[in-house]
Design a protein around this ligand. Structure first.
Ligand code: FES
Length: 346
């Protein structure tokens, strides 16, 4: 991106008009007092829509309104190419010169601008002040290349599918104060395919339903015996000789879920086949969730009183059997269980 500098010639002052002032107030009211700087871009845009460009006095006024240093406003205005830093004509023609537009004839459009308005650079504003032009990067309408955006105090509109002849006519009309219709000059709507470019899916019968009518749906048979699409019922597979010869491996009945048959550590505590009456809600022990409770129940632990009575050796056995990795001691299950068992009995 080339360096953007403000114009050498500047007006003495700048003031928002009454209608601009209303817009400025609207934007400033959106932000808290100490965040007025957030309105800098909308205010720069309002100034540009009023004057067609952003002058240095306008930047100073905006800095004052936003409660920010002038240099910060200057930085924003010179960074964004949408802000015009020098006087433009009544209508600013922005010619997209990026690859899709360039491949489709942007150079010819630029030649028209040079002929009708003036050379790129200092002569880009016409001598009567009606027109100005500049080259810009992609404006996001590549499917309708080549295109230009025409900006004035009324708005910013796209003119697409241009030819050099059409642009020349448009510039003449604008200079004469006539209205020029925006959009694709090819007559297509938005970026729909034009008749000349449509090469696929052109058969009308694709869209009139005639193809669908030709499909005959078969009657649903009561039984599918006669339906040729019904697969043959699968026969039980013959066992291979190897499989027949191999004796079945004996499967050991597994230990209760989550419990090693013998943890190999400490001493096995007394475990129950079933709870004595109502099982306690072991989840009341901090650090013990539903999964662990299920494992303890599988192992035969249902009551706080059981846990409260475990010796150090029994804790070691349960810890290893349920792979608790020291959780019983860390979360102090024994003291918690003593408390809870006491409450349950009391
Ligand atoms: S390349 Fe021209 S609009 Fe995208």
């Amino acid at each position: 991106m080339s360096a953007r500098r403000i114009a050498a010639e500047q007006p003495d002052s700048f003031a928002f008009t009454k209608s601009s002032e209303a817009k400025v107030k609207f934007w400033l009211a959106k932000y808290p007092e100490d965040r007025k700087a957030s309105a800098v871009i909308p205010l720069l845009w309002i100034a540009q829509k009023q004057e067609n460009w952003v002058s240095e006095p306008a930047m100073r006024e905006i800095a004052e309104r936003c409660g920010m240093p002038y240099i910060r406003v200057y930085e924003v205005a010179t960074f964004y190419t949408m802000f015009n830093l020098e006087q433009t004509g009544k209508h600013l023609i922005q010619v997209c010169g990026t690859t899709p537009c360039w491949l489709r004839g942007a150079d010819e459009l630029k030649a028209v601008c040079e002929k009708k308005i003036g050379k790129k650079g200092r002569e880009h504003v016409s001598s009567d002040g009606a027109l100005a032009w500049e080259e810009v990067e992609c404006l996001g309408a590549c499917a309708n290349a080549p295109m230009v955006q025409i900006s004035n105090t009324e708005g910013d509109l796209y003119y697409e599918d241009l030819t050099p002849e059409a642009l020349e006519q448009m510039l003449d009309d604008l200079r004469a104060g006539k209205d020029v219709k925006a959009g694709p000059i090819s007559g297509r709507s938005c970026s729909e395919p034009t008749e000349a470019t449509v090469k696929t899916l052109v058969d009308e019968s694709l869209y009139d339903g005639s193809r669908a009518k030709k499909i005959k749906l078969p009657n649903t048979p009561k039984s599918n015996d006669n339906d040729p699409r019904t697969p043959e019922p699968s026969k039980p597979q013959e066992k291979s000789a190897e499989m027949k010869a191999k004796p079945k491996a004996k499967v050991k009945s597994p230990a209760p879920k989550g419990v090693a048959a013998d943890s190999g550590a400490g001493k096995k505590p007394e475990l129950l086949d079933a709870p004595k009456g109502q099982a306690d809600d072991l989840k009341k022990l901090s650090g013990l969730g539903p999964k662990l409770e299920a494992s303890l129940n599988d192992a035969g632990v249902y009551h706080f009183s059981q846990i409260a009575s475990w010796s150090a050796e029994e804790v070691a056995w349960v810890d290893a059997a349920l792979k608790l990795r020291g959780r019983i001691e860390r979360d102090n299950w024994i003291d918690q269980a003593k408390d809870l068992a006491g409450k349950a009995e009391g």
